[in-house]
Design a protein around this ligand. Structure first.
Ligand SMILES: O=C(O)CCC(=O)C(=O)O
Ligand SMILES: [Fe+2]
Length: 414
């Protein structure tokens, strides 16, 4: 049964009273309520907390995740949830600078203690950072033990290399039935030869892996100057594109728009797709690394981030021309604007390419972008004076055939 503090927290959150929501959830965690841990983290990030308020929430989360609440959270989630979330909190930058080396080191020791999920996270981070040999030698034992995400990653790597790890091949038919990308991956490797399992390869230490993940300033091509519209080819790898797609599936629902007349969200012809907004508390280090690369492209810090979203469009579905900046409404939207400022930038990453149509188009600028799997687009929604930029009007054009899958991140001024 939900505690009164948890109820108060959710009620305040629903009503847009973010300070009250954070305060109630924080009291809940302090009173030993494990179910308040994840919503506290999500609400603190949604409120864009900085300074003392962020540091105080962070201290509450740290002591809960390191203390007696951790096993309660694990039990409720049926997995080692506290360790995963602890690493995300560490890397998130809430209340303290994001500590990627510390978060990776924590997951490496979780893996050494037998947490296979932690091993998968390290393998995916290695792959994203370009340590493909290390990624393979971590993925193959996980795939042997039947871990679906490891098998999926090996199949994608195989499709790219033209030969597929013999460890993954026998699992492909089962994956095709059990994994959202299984059928596409099975098709992508069909006819390719099997490759012998890879020789063991040392895994970089936490500092080297963290450095490599964020070392490279993304290469950009400018499509338009003011407003700035830039592409960053290959911002994330194909393996991570697949991983984020699969991770979003449990959160997908029909997209809605905000109705200023009723103050409610509702489905509308204007925006037809499935959307998943990933609660930060449901993320893991690979998903957070994707988000942080997207933030880097926008030149932004983690507290400016809205939740990472994934959009899935079927044939005929589209996102008609719109602005991403928010219209003040004298109510909840205005409160939110006062707290976090405008949606200054938008970052999109193509997660697949098996479709026709569906380009992102800027009708007032004669700019359109299709992108390949892993490619990113960043654009500014504000003009030089910080006002909504009318030329940033943009649309996701109707998909003609296939499915379009896109990650989307809205980035605030502060
Ligand atoms: O689907 C697209 O191409 C555009 C998505 C978009 O405009 C958004 O996420 O704000
Ligand atoms: Fe948009």
């Amino acid at each position: 049964m939900a505690s009164p503090l948890l109820d108060d927290g959710y009620t305040a959150w629903r009503e847009g009273r973010m300070e009250d929501a954070v305060a109630a959830l924080q009291s809940g965690v302090a009173a030993g309520e494990a179910a308040a841990i994840a919503p506290l983290f999500d609400a603190a990030l949604e409120a864009g907390l900085t300074g003392d308020a962020a540091a105080s929430v962070r201290a509450t989360l740290d002591s809960a995740l390191e203390g007696p609440l951790a096993p309660v959270l694990d039990q409720a989630a049926g997995q080692r949830a506290a360790a995963r979330l602890g690493a995300v909190v560490l890397a998130s930058g809430l209340g303290r600078a994001g500590d990627w080396p510390g978060a990776i080191a924590a997951r490496q020791s979780d893996h050494e203690r037998g947490d296979l999920r932690a091993g998968l996270e390290i393998a995916l981070l290695c792959e994203l950072a370009g340590f493909t040999g290390a990624a393979l030698s971590l993925l193959e034992p996980l795939a042997r033990s039947g871990q679906g995400e490891a098998i999926a990653a090996l199949l994608r790597l195989g499709a790219q290399r033209g030969e597929v790890s013999e460890v993954a091949v026998p699992h492909a038919p089962a994956l095709a039935r059990a994994h959202p990308l299984g059928p596409a991956l099975q098709q992508a490797i069909s006819g390719l030869p099997a490759a012998a399992a890879s020789a063991p390869c040392p895994v970089p230490d936490a500092q080297a892996l963290a450095d490599a993940l964020f070392a490279r300033e993304p290469e950009r091509e400018t499509l338009h100057d003011a407003p700035r519209i830039q592409t960053a080819p290959g911002l994330i790898s194909a393996v991570l594109s697949d991983y984020l797609t699969a991770a979003s599936v449990p959160f997908l629902h029909t997209a809605t728009i905000f109705d200023p007349d009723t103050g409610e969200q509702r489905p509308d012809e204007y925006r037809r797709s499935l959307t998943a907004s990933l609660p930060p508390s449901a993320m893991d280090l690979p998903a957070l690394a994707i988000r942080d690369r997207m933030l880097t492209l926008a030149g932004a810090q983690s507290h400016q981030s809205e939740p990472l979203a994934v959009l899935v469009y079927q044939p005929g579905q589209e996102y008609r021309p719109h602005f991403d900046f928010i219209a003040p409404d004298g109510g909840r939207a205005s409160d939110d604007l006062a707290r976090r400022g405008q949606r200054a930038h938008t970052v999109l990453v193509k997660l697949n390419e098996e479709h026709t149509g569906g380009a992102t188009s800027f009708p007032r600028l004669d700019v359109a972008w299709q992108g390949r799997r892993g490619d990113a687009l960043v654009f500014d929604n504000l003009d030089a004076a910080g006002k909504g930029e009318k030329a940033s009007l943009h649309a996701g054009l109707p998909v003609e055939t296939g499915t379009k899958i896109l990650a989307s991140l809205w980035v605030r001024e502060r």
